[in-house]
Design a protein around this ligand. Structure first.
Ligand SMILES: *[C@@H]1O[C@H](CO)[C@@H](O)[C@H](O)[C@H]1NC(C)=O
Ligand SMILES: *[C@@H]1O[C@H](CO)[C@@H](O)[C@H](O)[C@H]1NC(C)=O
Ligand SMILES: *[C@@H]1O[C@H](CO)[C@@H](O)[C@H](O)[C@H]1NC(C)=O
Ligand SMILES: *[C@@H]1O[C@H](CO)[C@@H](O)[C@H](O)[C@H]1NC(C)=O
Ligand SMILES: *[C@@H]1O[C@H](CO)[C@@H](O)[C@H](O)[C@H]1NC(C)=O
Ligand SMILES: *[C@@H]1O[C@H](CO)[C@@H](O)[C@H](O)[C@H]1NC(C)=O
Ligand SMILES: *[C@@H]1O[C@H](CO)[C@@H](O)[C@H](O)[C@H]1NC(C)=O
Length: 848
């Protein structure tokens, strides 16, 4: 590309030397023909006719130095010059006009101009302006392209309402890659209530930015991390607008409403001569507009992503369980107005606020008082979070399109009205009660917890003593692993456990498997009364707590929420299913507890949390040397093979990813989260599903596009995971530098160039087995091949992993190789890997 460009310049220099002289103005006597361009003073932007590839001519502006041409503005997007020649000039009435071959105007700036002595100039900002030739104030524009945006917002351009002219400026996408005519998507500010910007089509709304909170849009936490770009939101008597500026003039940044429906911000990276995608939206399934219905909120770090606030339950439990949250949540108890409480939620994207009531002068306590006294007020929040918060926004409608961010990401506090009967003292999602009325309750909790602790300590001391004596008796005969110790404990508690000591497939052979039943009190003590300190995470069906049994064994306890749709019978089935799946590389279920109100599952505790917390953390990834990584890869492969073939229930995991691989103390991998797995009859290997569940970046093409899943879609995910383990990089991460290619594409390129070893994670570069690494990369590529039938099954994978004599086939082109391909996936299936490295995703089978 670059060489062609240079040749063109040289060519043009030889034959059209006049073009190279930078001319930035046109007048009625100096028009612009199709062979000429205007160039801004310091040669940043260029304006002229161009053909985007549809054989029509358009007047456009692009970056002069950048190839391939990046168009930032198009004049006659819907009225192209269809003839082979055209002219841009100043018309008789002083307006800018575009004439076609027949000398008819296809486009005009259409202003009323007092006299015809006007000139049009291309400025270094990329603004094309019309002004009087001898105006004392050269910034007195009659017309400017910045006020007539196409699909791109440049620094200094303003999006939103100009109160003087009552024009609400917005971006509208191109129709297609080679067609600049008005496309389907627009990015437009809704100025009602608290202004927000929406991506929408004529048919539907796709995405909402959330209101401006003084620093950034409530739904775009990433805006805070951009240091060289300054965002601005104005609401005054002249305008309600959003704009940005770039603090370093040699940095180019642009925001574009792309024809595929995503809003994308790019910055130009000089060193690599390419646009790097800084940010895009919708970014994950939680960005999908009204994803979780009224009163539901979306948490991308949770599974399922849709959650009900405390005091609410899913309106349609069945759909909810199938991960369709669009019906939202309903209140457990009716409101009573006077006695209602306000539930504080942290790190929230504020609900849709076009119908909200706003008063910028009110403080939060006043806001709270007014909302409490008005029975139709459902929630309130600060409008501005800078300087400790100010302003008041109140909702008297259903709350839509909320999401919760991880602590470190962003969001703000939101207070939601709930009935006092749904309010109890156990803190909920990030809630921190800070009212004097609850001091009594706090005291009671404190006393309860305190006395529990004392009892626990006493019991602990007693048991430790007893155990120590027992162990002294035993240890000379028999040294035991941690798992057996725990079973010792279970048996000493009078629990019957059937277990096998076979290492690989310890599936039990009897159907009437008995699962250890735990006493609720035992678990209460173990988890310190399910205290917050012990909480490991929260998932769709409840919370997971770390627990320490009296004997010292550490467990993970999943407490299914009372509102969860899991009936006793369903739970039994699930427990039976999990209990039957026993393998060294699957997270093990140790027991359960089903009492009247309480349903709990007990899992082995995994010291090293999930693989992603180590692998993708630069500080920690060095702890995984090549040997360990290979060990992890093999372990996952064995676990998956077991699920696919060796267990009598044929199980497809459907959401295999780094965060679903847990590591024990010795860094042995164990697969968790079978929440989405479907049980298959003996010979059924492929099924169709309407609702695609899974994680973007790990989903195979046929699954993401057609909802077709099979053991081969798991193989695809495994391939991705394997390449991630080798490279230490996420297949699709927000911060992945080369955005045109994801990890798969990158790997493919290196592989075809014979440079595959460059993929290896820098932190293990010093020592690794070349052969093993190459085998893993080749195998990874074989697993992610576009066509499912080309991919090996897991038994082949294991065979190829474990021996170097097998002749491995050459991989074909991988599926989903381009980072950009995600546009094709239906929005409900988008789900980026969580950005927070310590985020704990917990789902039904997840034990930590
Ligand atoms: C533009 O250049 C082409 C050759 O490159 C020439 O044939 C044509 O006449 C030129 N058109 C104008 C309007 O100057
Ligand atoms: C020019 O503007 C007037 C009103 O300002 C409008 O009625 C007319 O249609 C416009 N003409 C063109 C060609 O856009
Ligand atoms: C915007 O500004 C106008 C006038 O200054 C004011 O009346 C209005 O309340 C403001 N709106 C918001 C959401 O701040
Ligand atoms: C502006 O950016 C360029 C290139 O990114 C860099 O070399 C230069 O130091 C920056 N200037 C300032 C003032 O930060
Ligand atoms: C909030 O505003 C009210 C009056 O509107 C005032 O009485 C109160 O002191 C303010 N509270 C704080 C914490 O500033
Ligand atoms: C309560 O709030 C609603 C919506 O903001 C408003 O229409 C209504 O007038 C308020 N009622 C009272 C009594 O203030
Ligand atoms: C609770 O209130 C106190 C003062 O009343 C304040 O200092 C503290 O920051 C508040 N805590 C939270 C979490 O809001």
């Amino acid at each position: 590309m670059k060489t062609i460009h240079h040749q063109t310049i040289i060519f043009m220099f030889m034959f059209f030397p006049c073009i190279v002289l930078a001319i930035d103005t046109i007048t009625s006597t100096k028009p612009l023909t199709i062979n000429q361009t205007l160039v801004s003073a310091t040669e940043i932007f260029e304006l002229g006719f161009f053909d985007p590839g549809n054989n029509n001519l358009y007047i456009g502006i692009w970056y002069k130095q950048i190839e391939p041409k990046t168009y930032v503005w198009v004049a006659n997007r819907d009225t192209p010059v269809t003839s082979s020649t055209g002219i841009l000039t100043i018309g008789e009435n002083g307006n800018i006009i575009v004439l076609n071959q027949a000398q008819t105007a296809v486009w005009t700036s259409n202003q009323s101009v007092s006299n015809a002595n006007t000139v049009a100039q291309l400025l270094d900002s990329g603004n094309f302006v019309l002004r009087m030739e001898n105006d004392e104030n050269p910034e007195n524009y009659i017309w400017q392209s910045f006020e007539n945006p196409t699909d791109t917002l440049l620094p200094g351009m303003k999006l939103g309402l100009d109160r003087k002219t009552d024009v609400n400026r917005f971006l509208r996408s191109w129709k297609a890659k080679t067609d600049p005519s008005s496309g389907d998507y627009n990015f437009k500010m809704n100025i009602d209530g608290l202004p927000e910007i929406f991506i929408s089509t004529d048919m539907k709304t796709v995405y909402r930015s959330g209101p401006w909170n003084g620093k950034r849009f409530s739904g775009v936490p990433e805006m805070k991390s951009v240091s060289v770009i300054e965002f601005d939101f104005e609401n005054n008597s002249n305008e309600i607008t959003y704009s940005f500026k770039v603090l370093n003039s040699s940095v180019y940044s642009r925001l574009i409403m792309s024809y595929s429906g995503t809003l994308e911000r790019y910055t130009w990276v000089r060193s690599s001569n390419m646009w790097s995608e800084y940010w895009f939206a919708p970014r994950d399934q939680c960005d999908g507009y009204r994803k979780c219905g009224p009163f539901g909120y979306c948490d991308a770090n949770d599974s399922p992503v849709c959650q009900c606030m405390k005091g609410f339950r899913p309106k349609n439990q069945q759909a909810w369980d199938l991960r369709d949250g669009s019906d939202g949540c309903v209140r457990n108890s009716e409101l009573d107005c006077g006695s209602d409480k306000f539930l504080p939620l942290k790190n929230m994207k504020l609900p849709e606020s076009s119908k909200a009531f706003v008063d910028q002068s009110m403080n939060l306590s006043r806001c709270a008082a007014i909302c409490k006294s008005n029975c139709s007020c459902t929630a309130y929040a600060n409008t501005d979070i800078t300087e400790g918060g100010s302003g008041c926004v109140m909702w008297a409608v259903d709350l839509f399109d909320m999401r919760q961010y991880a602590e470190s990401e962003g969001g703000q506090d939101l207070y939601v009205r709930v009935a006092v009967s749904d309010w109890d003292q156990t803190p909920t999602i990030g809630a921190s009660e800070n009212g004097s009325s609850n001091n009594v309750a706090k005291l009671i909790v404190a006393i309860t917890v305190g006395s529990c602790a004392v009892i626990t300590i006493l019991l602990l001391l007693f048991y430790l003593r007893r155990k120590k004596m027992q162990r002294l008796k035993n240890s000379s005969i028999n040294r035991k692993g941690p798992h057996e110790r725990s079973q010792d404990f279970l048996m000493s508690e009078g629990i019957n456990i059937v277990h096998s000591k076979k290492e690989y497939s310890s599936e039990t052979t009897t159907d009437d498997l008995e699962l250890p039943l735990f006493d609720f009190t035992t678990l209460t003590i173990a988890t310190n009364n399910f205290s917050d300190e012990n909480k490991l995470g929260q998932g769709g069906f409840g919370c997971v707590y770390k627990g320490i049994l009296i004997e010292g064994e550490i467990i993970a306890v999943k407490r299914l929420s009372r509102t969860s749709g899991q009936g006793v019978e369903e739970l039994r089935n699930e427990v039976r299913l999990i209990a039957k799946l026993q393998h060294r590389n699957l997270v093990r279920l140790l027991g359960c507890c089903i009492e009247v109100e309480e349903k709990l599952l007990v899992y082995e505790y995994m010291e090293n949390k999930s693989l992603n917390t180590i692998l993708f953390d630069k500080e920690k990834s060095g702890r995984l040397d090549w040997q360990k990584r290979f060990h992890i890869i093999s372990g996952i492969a064995r676990g998956l093979l077991y699920l696919h073939q060796d267990s009598r229930l044929r199980i497809i995991h459907r959401d295999l990813k780094a965060s679903n691989v847990l590591l024990d103390r010795e860094m042995n991998p164990k697969i968790s989260d079978f929440g989405m797995a479907r049980i298959f009859g003996g010979d059924q290997t492929e099924a169709e599903t309407k609702k695609v569940v899974g994680t973007h970046g790990y989903m195979s093409p046929e699954y993401a596009m057609d909802g077709l899943f099979s053991i081969k879609s798991d193989v695809f995910s495994f391939g991705v995971l394997m390449l991630e383990i080798v490279s230490g990089k996420k297949n699709r991460g927000f911060y992945y530098a080369n955005n045109q290619l994801n990890l798969l594409g990158h790997t493919w390129n290196l592989w075809t160039q014979g440079k595959a070893l460059e993929l290896v994670d820098e932190s293990i570069r010093t020592e690794f087995s070349k052969d093993e690494v190459l085998r893993c990369i080749q195998l990874g590529l074989l697993c992610v091949q576009e066509h499912a039938e080309d991919r090996p099954n897991m038994s082949k994978v294991l065979l190829m992993l474990s021996s170097d004599v097998v002749n491995m086939p050459q991989p074909k082109y991988p599926g989903f190789c381009l980072g950009k391909r995600h546009h094709d996936v239906e929005s409900s299936t988008k789900h980026d890997e969580s950005l927070t490295l310590n985020g704990v995703t917990v789902t039904i089978l997840d034990g930590r």
